[in-house]
Write a protein that binds this ligand. Structure first.
Ligand SMILES: C[S@@+](CC[C@H](N)C(=O)[O-])C[C@H]1O[C@@H](n2cnc3c(N)ncnc32)[C@H](O)[C@@H]1O
Length: 270
């Protein structure tokens, strides 16, 4: 596996996170307002102190949104896991600024290697989440990874997965990218893959379906190019050539509205 692989996309210095966050913040805002995290955390630990594993933590964007919704007495000690050293350092810095979080261990590893890198221990995790991080993973290895994550939970704990669905524009754009640019690039993992795995494990889970639009101004091809490159995790693709014919379908009232569906799965460890 070379560092050109999409799973290393976020390790590059060229990654312009601020512009991207402007567009995608709706995904995190929608999630923290739709799911009762605070109540759920109090149900898992009456004292409100929880041990968490953040799988594919990136720059801890999700904790930043979640922090604002938590109430007094909740404290999450969060082990950070990512393949990107840069993201781990950034997430550690972010945690220092948050009211309800502190950083635990930083674990630099591929998600696919979790079954070998993290051995079940006592005490184990109250909550494990993988927020937008089960996308550029080797699908064949994911049944073992998910089964192992469930083993790392303490009884009564929860595994949360936030993941693109097959009919999200992210997935649609990536399918076009694979047809027109590179059939070698593996397809993204999607919610439906996780659902199949959970069914095969007879796991107990609930799904919250979330839909929203990413909005970009019309007449700014530079922003659209940047956005499309980030959606397909390729910083050099000629977006006009590959996606130009699709864009009119997203135009509405002087904006581009790109519909995304991302599902939140809550899996319970009995
Ligand atoms: C879209 S970002 C999401 C970050 C964070 N969870 C959030 O929501 O803000 C995906 C993160 O997962 C990491 N990642 C993607 N594929 C990975 C893999 N196969 N193994 C380890 N980390 C991976 C990337 O390095 C990146 O930091």
């Amino acid at each position: 596996m070379t560092t050109q692989s999409p799973k290393y996309f976020y390790t590059a210095d060229s990654w312009d996170e601020a512009a991207w966050i402007d567009v995608i913040s709706v995904e995190y805002e929608s999630l923290v307002s739709a799911y009762p995290f605070d109540t759920k955390f109090r149900g898992i630990s009456s004292e409100g102190r929880l041990k968490v594993l953040d799988v594919g933590c990136g720059s801890a964007l999700f904790p930043q949104y979640l922090d604002q919704t938590l109430t007094d007495g909740i404290h999450l000690t969060c082990d950070l896991l990512d393949v990107s050293e840069r993201s781990l350092r950034q997430a550690e810095r972010v945690m220092e600024e948050l009211e309800h979080f502190s950083a635990g261990r930083s674990i630099k590893t591929l998600i696919e290697d979790i079954p070998r890198a993290l051995l079940p221990a006592v005490p184990s995790y109250d909550v494990i989440w993988a927020i937008h991080s089960l996308t550029t993973v080797d699908l064949k290895q994911m049944p073992d990874v998910i089964e192992h994550l469930l083993r790392l939970l303490s009884p009564g704990g929860h595994l949360f997965i936030y993941q693109l669905t097959a009919d999200s524009a992210y997935q649609a754009l990536h399918r076009v990218y694979r047809e027109r640019v590179s059939t070698e690039v593996p397809r993204f993992m999607e919610f439906e893959d996780t659902q199949r795995i959970l069914e095969s494990l007879s796991a107990e889970y609930e799904v919250l379906e979330l839909s929203f639009d990413h909005e970009l101004p019309g007449g700014r091809p530079d922003l659209m190019e940047n956005y499309l490159r980030k959606c397909v995790l390729d910083e050099s693709v000629d977006t006009e050539r590959v996606f130009g014919d699709l864009l009119p379908g997203f135009e509405s009232g002087g904006l581009y509205r790109i519909p995304q569906t991302v599902n939140f799965i809550s899996i319970y460890r009995s």
